[in-house]
Design a protein. Structure first.
Length: 295
């Protein structure tokens, strides 16, 4: 069986996705920093560093910030524990969270408020006002869950939630309650993705649209990753006999189990790629993470 190309050696250029509205959004984020008390940077817990944005982070400067590592429910708990230790050593506030966990979200807001109040005490204690509104800016890569987090906090559909990255293209204020306001911002990608594997990771979690690298390239990468990680959920869901099989055999096995067959019993790989991408992103192929903390 021959696939259309060789996803094992993708071009760097495939993964550099930086539409014009993102450059504009980054400029506006910098301009509006003075209007907020703290920046919540939303990342994906499956790729804690690669789902960050150095240009965005540097633009925030000394403004108080809290790193939200969202989608913890889709992440490998053992690797998350290692990342937690690493972030602890960096000395910056962080929080691994499942944004659908109401109690966890309340704790996150409490953390943000404590960071802001500490900063106010250190900067100008005479201007401390316990009743002052907490104004937070939400930033991050596309599809890391910014809109869902805002809707959970506001307890309403305040923003549009879409599976396609890059949907939010304007900044808007959202009132959570009488004490909290959020400034939603468009997802902003790094201008340059320096490592090819990071482009694959971000494509797998759908921070980059599928038409940039191609569904085949990303789906094949995911299958290879899950075989290497020996994901039991992946094996059982597609009734594969062993992890010691080739990627092609895994794809053919998935096609047979899901009835993705053309005339003469040939596998319909385009349908297989879509199935792998959709079910991986829902967490149905097992909890996983890409990469380990730097040594």
């Amino acid at each position: 069986m021959k696939r259309q190309n060789d996803p094992s050696a993708p071009s760097k250029a495939l993964y550099n996705w930086y539409p014009g509205h993102m450059a504009k959004a980054l400029r506006e984020i910098k301009q509006k920093l003075k209007m907020v008390d703290i920046v919540l940077e939303i990342r994906d817990a499956r790729v804690p560093l690669a789902s960050g944005n150095r240009a965005l982070y540097e633009g925030i400067g000394q403004k108080p910030k809290l790193i939200f590592l969202n989608k913890m429910n889709l992440s490998d708990p053992e690797i998350v524990a290692k990342w937690s230790e690493w972030f602890e050593k960096q000395g910056e506030p962080f929080y691994f969270v499942d944004c659908f966990d109401k109690a966890a979200m309340k704790k996150a807001i409490s953390m943000a408020r404590n960071i802001v109040e500490k900063n106010r005490r250190e900067c100008n204690p005479e201007l401390m006002d316990s009743k002052a509104k907490l104004k937070m800016m939400i930033v991050g890569l596309p599809n890391t869950g910014k809109s869902t987090i805002i809707n959970q906090l506001a307890n309403k559909n305040a923003t549009k939630v879409a599976d396609k990255p890059g949907q939010t293209q304007i900044q808007q204020w959202i009132s959570v309650d009488d004490h909290i306001e959020l400034l939603d911002t468009p997802g902003v990608m790094p201008p340059m993705i320096e490592r090819e594997e990071h482009g694959l990771w971000l494509s797998a979690i759908h921070a980059i649209p599928d038409d940039i690298a191609g569904e085949e390239t990303v789906a094949v990468f995911i299958v290879k990753h899950l075989l290497a990680r020996k994901s039991q959920e992946f094996l059982e869901r597609f009734k594969l006999e062993s992890f010691d099989i080739s990627i092609d055999d895994a794809l053919i096995g998935i096609a047979k189990v899901r009835g993705c067959l053309r005339q003469k019993g040939l596998p319909d790989l385009d349908r297989v790629y879509k199935i792998v991408l959709a079910e991986f992103r829902k967490g149905e192929l097992g909890k996983t993470c890409f990469g380990l903390p730097p040594k």
